[in-house]
Ligand binder design. Sequence first.
Ligand code: FE
Ligand code: FE
Ligand code: ZN
Ligand code: FE
Length: 164
Amino acid sequence: MAMDNLANAFYDELRDVFSAEKQLVDALPKMAKKASSAELKEALQSHLEETKQQVARVEAAFEETGKAARAKTCEAMKGLIEEAKEVLEEQADDETRDALIIACAQKVEHYEIATYGTLCRWAELLGYSQAEKLLKQNIQEEEAADSKLSTVAETVNKKALQHT
Ligand code: FE
Ligand code: FE
Ligand code: ZN
Ligand code: FE
């Protein structure tokens, strides 16, 4: 597909985020499973449920493009998840691993926020009002997930700091 107009760019980026969210549906349970803090586990599990909804919203956002809802591998998310997997396999004490899991999870959230920021603006410019509404719901959930992780990190980091 030629990237000769913003509508095509929007479609391409939507395919990318569709892939990114689907990858996270597989990755978040693995991160939650390895988390020791109950608070962190809960934050990751509840974001998993939100992520499943986000996949459905992105799928619905394709409607106004008039094109098929088809994912295109997001290589950036693949890389972020790869790094998270390395952290999960590392020898670590529970609290330090939790701190590292949060670091990985927040990189993911920030990446998603950046993508949805662009997509929301493009949807607005293209007059895709339904897509704009759906993508705004997603970005709000990502922002809330990110700030919840910051809160959980307060406790987790303190505990990790006690390990010498
Ligand atoms: Fe997401
Ligand atoms: Fe991407
Ligand atoms: Zn990508
Ligand atoms: Fe997210």
